[in-house]
Ligand binder design. Structure first.
Ligand SMILES: [Zn+2]
Length: 384
């Protein structure tokens, strides 16, 4: 802060001067490529915040032009990635190739899957290792990216540009073909269904999540961390295992769910009060569509390791990504379908943790240790 600013701040108000960027912005430098996408996302997020009467407004750091933040404003920074540029190029190339291979995978659901659930041994032989490995590759990457951050000391949100681009490769990819192919035994059957108009038009016209909608979703989650909105999830009967699941989470994991809950708190009234179209509609659809795509991507991950990635917690402090999206979906549209999807998932997760083979696999063993339900003695009472 300049001397003039210090004097003004003392005399007038603390918001007279431009905010000091967090250290990470100084260290890594600001990025510029995705600024137009971030600006669109900020505009949409502000509209939703206004419609939901939430006392927050976002402002891009590069549009502050030296002025300070007003009381309700939060600055958004877009920064470079800490990873080296060659590493990011490599990551992008591998990821694009993986997605393309998955999308053209003709391995439909094999015969005999009807009675072969994720807890049965028979699931392991359903798909070739190559397919399962592709699933694991994508899930591992989805879990490891750090796209956005905030902290209570900084009235700001920091977005990482290159990680957002990688995220777009996964969720922005055209998954329609993959979704459809997983429903048929072979390409011939798929083509026959297409020719006979047996495939719902919505699936053929299905749109993935555009980057601006994903950014709006992330921004709302980060504002959730800065808000004091409580975590409110209905755990009433018959949602017995939902209560047990929440009780098994540690305070850091519950904080993530609280921030997720803020996304619903803002989007639900905004989206259901009007008849949204275009990008607003895609933002409104982002939570359920992200959940569906994560489910679809994981669908062929049937090895022990892949199932542990899909059901258990693999990153310290964060609940499983699929669990979070199912929970979001349930809060978003609290009806019997979204509830039973969530409860089915949680019950498989619970049973998976009891399997004796968990300790034989390094991925599973590590995930089981991070999934607090596996350690009843260390549970702390939930504060939801
Ligand atoms: Zn968070």
């Amino acid at each position: 802060m300049s001397l003039a600013c210090l004097v003004f701040a003392a005399i007038l108000s603390a918001t007279a001067c431009a905010p000091t960027p967090p250290a990470i912005v100084e260290q890594l430098g600001e990025a510029t490529l995705l600024r137009p996408d971030v600006e669109t996302a900020i505009h949409m997020t502000n509209e939703a915040l206004r419609a939901s009467d939430e006392p927050f407004r976002l402002v891009a750091s590069w549009q502050l032009n030296g002025r300070g933040l007003s009381e309700d404003e939060i600055a958004v920074y877009l920064i470079r990635s800490p990873a080296s540029p060659p590493m990011l190029v490599r990551e992008r190339t591998v990821l694009k190739a993986t997605i393309a291979t998955m999308a053209s995978d003709f391995g439909g659901i094999a015969d005999g899957t009807e009675h072969c659930g994720d807890l049965d041994e028979c699931v392991e032989s359903l798909y070739p290792d190559a397919t399962t490995n592709l699933v694991m590759e994508v899930l591992n990457r989805l879990n490891s990216w750090e796209l956005a951050k905030t902290s209570p000391e900084c009235r700001c949100i920091v977005l990482v540009e290159q990680d957002l681009q990688l995220y777009r490769i996964v969720f922005g990819a055209d998954w329609d073909r993959y979704v459809l192919l997983t429903r048929f035994d072979n390409d011939e059957e798929f083509r026959a269904a297409l020719a006979n108009d047996r495939i719902p038009k919505a699936l053929l016209d299905g749109e993935s999540v555009p980057l601006e909608a994903m950014i709006a979703f992330l921004l709302l989650h980060e504002i959730g961390h800065l808000s004091e909105a409580p975590l409110q999830i209905s755990t009433g009967e018959p949602a017995g295992n939902l209560k047990a699941y929440l009780n098994g989470l540690n305070p850091r994991q519950l904080e993530e769910l609280r921030a997720d809950g803020f996304v619903v708190r803002v989007l639900a009234p905004y989206c259901f009060r009007q008849n949204p179209t275009g990008l607003v509609q895609q933002t409104c659809n982002a939570p359920p569509v992200l959940g569906m795509l994560t489910f679809v991507i994981g669908m062929k991950g049937k090895s022990k390791d892949a199932r542990c990635l899909r059901y258990l917690d693999t990153v310290p402090g964060y609940p499983n990504w699929q669990a979070r999206l199912l929970l979001l979906n349930y809060q978003y549209v609290a009806e019997s379908k979204s509830q039973s999807l969530l409860l089915d998932y949680l019950s498989t997760r619970e049973q998976l943790l009891k399997q004796s083979w968990i300790v034989d696999s390094e991925v599973c063993h590590r995930a089981a240790l991070l999934s607090p339900a596996a350690r009843p003695a260390e549970r702390s009472p939930a504060t939801y």
